[in-house]
Design a protein around this ligand. Structure first.
Ligand SMILES: Cc1cc2nc3c(=O)[nH]c(=O)nc-3n(C[C@H](O)[C@H](O)[C@H](O)COP(=O)(O)O)c2cc1C
Length: 371
């Protein structure tokens, strides 16, 4: 059953036992202040136990609180969290999966009082402040330090969060980057900041594998689109990025009615991964409601991507990989596109998320734990 899906692949010399990865999923499980909590450890233990080859841990901040999405965003910016991160990597390894940590600066979507961005472009009624050159350089250094900490914590890979409309993506976007200096204008300049981050991280980490969550299309008329993003993908490959994990959309497009209609469908971002894969030679991860083994196998078979990223799909049913392998797909608990995005709504309210599709017993245990 599904020979491609359960075949090995190498990323920068590291063997992944199959093509399944957990895509980063922030669920509000870290402790207040971004610590590694018992809830977070239990969650990632379960995700790693699922049988995926690699767990990419949710976005962790490189600068708290300025670059954090919320007060429950994991911290990768301080050695105070090093022991927690070590435990997290070790819990994932203990279940036989590779561990990767995604690091991020939330830019204009940070929860901080004065969000920072390439340019002062209003979002949801908040006006961010444009970064100075000195601040940009300091953020580049912070990315490199957080990546080095991740390596010290025992993770196998680091992933830069270039998606969702956070800071790295904000620089590349013609919609949010209106700078007139060397960091703005033509794509050549808009990609300068992420490429400086990649160079600084690589200088610090040497051969250590560095992946990139890649925004292929903002799904906004004046936003980044495939023509430019595929060119940016090639520059990331030349800069030594180990893999690209492709996504579409930002907070400004996710909730538009016509986008919500699209994102209900299985495999809704596969065409973006396929377009990026055509442009590069490094491994590409596709995500977005890859709900069945047949769809996953077809994506790989047709060379639309090299790996599959499961986020809500895996969280709704951590037995997804095993059920697919055993031909018991009828028993899979599926993420429900009609649930009204309960998990997203909970985390945006600052609450730890649960899935409305969890079986009764699991929901009961969750409620007891939350009391
Ligand atoms: C509640 C929620 C939190 C997410 N957190 C992250 C994140 O921290 N980093 C990231 O790159 N993507 C994040 N994503 C996007 C997922 O990685 C994934 O691309 C998307 O959910 C589609 O895959 P799925 O249908 O399997 O969930 C998040 C998505 C949701 C719904």
């Amino acid at each position: 059953m599904y020979p491609k899906l359960f075949s090995e692949i190498e990323i920068s010399g590291i063997t992944l036992k199959n093509r399944l990865t957990m895509a980063p999923l922030y669920l509000g499980y870290a402790g207040e202040g971004g610590t590694v909590s018992p809830l977070l450890l239990d969650h990632y233990r379960l995700m790693a136990k699922s049988g995926v080859a690699m767990v990419v841990v949710e976005n962790a901040t490189i600068d708290h609180p300025q670059g954090s999405g919320s007060n429950r965003t994991l911290r990768a910016d301080t050695d105070e969290n090093l022991d927690g991160l070590k435990e997290l990597a070790s819990v994932i390894h203990g279940e036989g999966a590779l561990a990767c940590l995604q690091i991020n600066h939330a830019g204009r979507f940070a929860g901080s009082e004065e969000p920072l961005a390439p340019s002062a472009v209003e979002t949801f009624g908040r006006m961010p402040r444009a970064l100075s050159d000195a601040e940009i350089h300091s953020i580049v250094d912070r990315f490199a330090e957080a990546a080095a900490r991740t390596k010290r914590a025992g993770f196998d890979m680091v992933e830069l969060h270039g998606g969702t409309g956070y800071l790295l993506a904000e620089f590349v976007s013609p919609r949010t980057n209106k700078r007139t200096d060397g960091y703005g204008g033509a794509l050549e300049n808009r990609r300068r900041f992420p490429l400086e981050v990649v160079a600084a991280v690589k200088k610090k980490l040497g051969d250590f594998p560095l992946g990139y969550r890649f925004l292929a299309d903002e799904w906004l008329p004046d936003g980044l689109q495939l023509e430019e993003s595929t060119s940016f993908a090639r520059s990331l490959e030349s800069a030594g990025i180990a893999y690209l994990s492709v996504m579409g959309g930002t907070y400004e497009s996710f909730f538009l009615p016509h986008i919500l209609e699209q994102t209900c469908k299985n495999g809704y971002m596969v065409h973006l991964a396929a377009a990026v894969k055509k442009a590069v030679g490094i491994p590409v991860i596709a995500a977005g409601r890859i709900a069945t083994g047949a769809l996953a196998e077809q994506i790989l078979e047709e060379s639309q991507a090299d790996l599959i990223g499961l986020a809500r799909v895996l969280w709704a049913d951590p037995e997804w990989p095993q059920k697919v392998k055993d031909g018991k797909e009828g028993a899979i608990v599926h993420c429900d596109p009609d649930c009204g995005d309960t998990c997203t709504k909970l985390v945006t309210k600052g609450k730890p998320a649960f899935c409305v599709r969890w079986p009764h017993e699991k929901m009961k245990a969750w409620k007891e734990r939350m009391e």
